[in-house]
Design a protein around this ligand. Structure first.
Ligand code: NAG
Ligand code: NAG
Ligand code: NAG
Ligand code: NAG
Ligand code: NAG
Ligand code: NAG
Ligand code: NAG
Ligand code: NAG
Ligand code: NAG
Ligand code: NAG
Ligand code: NAG
Length: 450
């Protein structure tokens, strides 16, 4: 009797751990789908829209609005790569609910605290939806392409020639910390969105803007293009005419620039964009430890904040896009993706649900870390192992059905000129400046100052 009870107890344990832990075998698509479904479940545990008093499209504190834009972008990938449509309605509803009255991702609730980079991550989700033919909204609602164009137009209108010979500031509003900082993520995101809109619509204006932003980034040396190494640094204060570059390197900045170059290489066939793609891909190796993706600037010291803990998610998505668009990058990128996905999957074995993902994928098992960033990092890297068997991002010319307008975002009164009651900004935004000031420079090793 006692032995039988013990055996049954052991069987139950064994069985439940088999059911619960994420299992991944790369050449077994079902295992990828199942792994992704479990990780999505953990992701949506943080979704505020299901909670009483919660807002549609938002994730619970401490996760900021911008990261929600990143999550819905990952949910588009989840639908596109697995074909599972369970969360299509939720994703669509969230992307529309947060679009704001002017359909440009400056919703009133965010309109006093929003930065250029924050707006951009929702714009990137929108252009992704267009390129993947994510189910279009009803005709009386804003369309994916329109939303991406509105983000582009409102961002481009903030181009500031007064300091540093051009560039976007980090913040949109003068009362926010970081208004005097011009950062790579805001500008790299404008470059990235312009490249994708240019390829999708065939409108040369976007390509011209992509060139202009890229050239400026290189001119101020926030981006260094060299062979075989090309890097994207964090940003600079306008007070020194952007001459004092803060040399942190983040995966998402590298990814924004890399994939932007890949879209332009695929669209223009120009050698210069091809060479840049290869070079940014080459130098992405600084973010891999034995082929396992890590956020090098903060992870070694276990110093990554909530924003930074999600950066690898976008980087994995941008690597996948690059591999689709520039075939010569496929071997290197998929080798990193495969190794990182297996490492990530084995880290998704913690928490009370048995499949919570950790931060350190080199660690054997779950390392005790958890959060929205950890979930979507693992999700995108696992999903993107399958990207080469999927269709390339679409354009107007080859089946993309989303509609838009060149004047999107410029037609209605922008909410950002309305008189507002200002409260002190209490958030880190995309976190970079705060992180830069808060982190000791010793953390990151010599590769940062190469
Ligand atoms: C593929 O993975 C699924 C889900 O984990 C599993 O049930 C199935 O047995 C695997 N197929 C093969 C051929 O290993
Ligand atoms: C689709 O996703 C849902 C939610 O994650 C899951 O319950 C369901 O089993 C998935 N369907 C398939 C066919 O994998
Ligand atoms: C999405 O919503 C539409 C309309 O409300 C409904 O017809 C459809 O079944 C829903 N799809 C899914 C996958 O839940
Ligand atoms: C704005 O905040 C209010 C109060 O929390 C909430 O009810 C509303 O849904 C929010 N709107 C958006 C677009 O987030
Ligand atoms: C400021 O920086 C820009 C961009 O590098 C440069 O073109 C401009 O000449 C600089 N202005 C001054 C006053 O140094
Ligand atoms: C990329 O790296 C390889 C070897 O690591 C090198 O041969 C090649 O020149 C590099 N390409 C560029 C464009 O930097
Ligand atoms: C780029 O090259 C591809 C394949 O060689 C070709 O199909 C496409 O038309 C070219 N595009 C341009 C803009 O020249
Ligand atoms: C890289 O991974 C190895 C184990 O694979 C580990 O010993 C080393 O500490 C890791 N380095 C960093 C910077 O995480
Ligand atoms: C991750 O785990 C590996 C293996 O246990 C360890 O050597 C390494 O120091 C950890 N990395 C970080 C950044 O802590
Ligand atoms: C990645 O894994 C898949 C599935 O096992 C395999 O077909 C592919 O060759 C691998 N790619 C690389 C570059 O290792
Ligand atoms: C191209 O895009 C620009 C910038 O959004 C817009 O002003 C222009 O009308 C567009 N041209 C066409 C032909 O759509």
């Amino acid at each position: 009797m006692r032995l039988k009870a013990l055996l049954s107890f052991i069987c139950t344990l064994h069985f439940s751990s088999l059911v619960n832990a994420v299992y991944l075998s790369l050449n077994n698509e079902t295992s990828v789908d199942n792994a992704a479904a479990l990780i999505v479940q953990g992701t949506l545990d943080y979704y505020a829209g299901y909670q009483s008093g919660g807002t549609i499209g938002m994730f619970q504190e401490p996760y900021y609005w911008w990261e929600a834009g990143g999550v819905w972008g990952a949910m588009i990938d989840y639908w596109f790569i697995t074909g599972n449509d369970t969360f299509v309605n939720l994703t669509q509803q969230s992307l529309l609910y947060q679009a704001g009255d002017d359909w440009n991702y400056i919703p009133l609730n965010q309109s006093t605290v929003e930065g250029n980079d924050d707006q951009a991550f929702w714009g990137i989700a929108a252009i992704t939806a267009a390129e993947r033919n994510f189910p279009n909204p009803a005709s009386d609602e804003p369309q994916w392409l329109y939303l991406a164009q509105a983000v582009f137009n409102t961002m481009a209108a903030r181009w500031d020639d007064e300091y540093c010979g051009g560039g976007l500031r980090w913040q949109i509003f003068a009362w926010n910390n970081g208004y005097d900082y011009k950062n790579s993520v805001s500008n790299a995101a404008l470059f990235h969105i312009a490249a994708r809109l240019g390829r999708y619509t065939g409108n040369q204006t976007y390509i011209d803007w992509a060139n202009k932003v890229f050239d400026w980034l290189v001119d101020v040396e926030m981006v260094v293009v060299d062979s075989p190494w090309s890097f994207v640094y964090d940003g600079a204060e306008i007070s020194g005419n952007c001459s004092d570059i803060v040399k942190y390197q983040w995966t998402y900045n590298q990814g924004l620039v890399l994939a932007g170059c890949a879209f332009l290489s695929a669209y223009t066939n120009e050698t210069i964009w091809y060479d840049r793609t290869i070079s940014f891909m080459n130098s992405s190796s600084v973010f891999f430890n034995n082929s396992v993706l890590y956020e090098a600037a903060c992870q070694s010291g276990y110093n990554c904040n909530n924003d930074q803990r999600s950066f690898r998610s976008y980087f994995a998505r941008f690597l996948g896009l690059t591999a689709q668009l520039v075939p010569d990058t496929q071997d290197q990128i998929m080798s990193w993706m495969n190794t990182s996905a297996l490492a990530a999957a084995q880290s998704c074995s913690g928490g009370t649900d048995g499949h919570t993902c950790g931060i350190n994928w080199s660690y054997d098992g779950w390392d005790g870390w958890y959060g929205l960033g950890e979930q979507i990092d693992a999700l995108e890297v696992i999903l993107n192992t399958q990207i080469l068997s999927k269709e390339k991002p679409l354009t107007h010319n080859d089946g993309g059905t989303s509609t838009g307008s060149g004047a999107a975002g410029t037609q209605t009164t922008p909410t950002n000129v309305a008189p507002l009651v200002i409260t002190k900004k209490d958030r880190a935004g995309a976190g970079v400046l705060t992180a830069v000031l808060g982190l000791s420079l010793v953390l990151s090793g010599i590769w940062l100052i190469m």
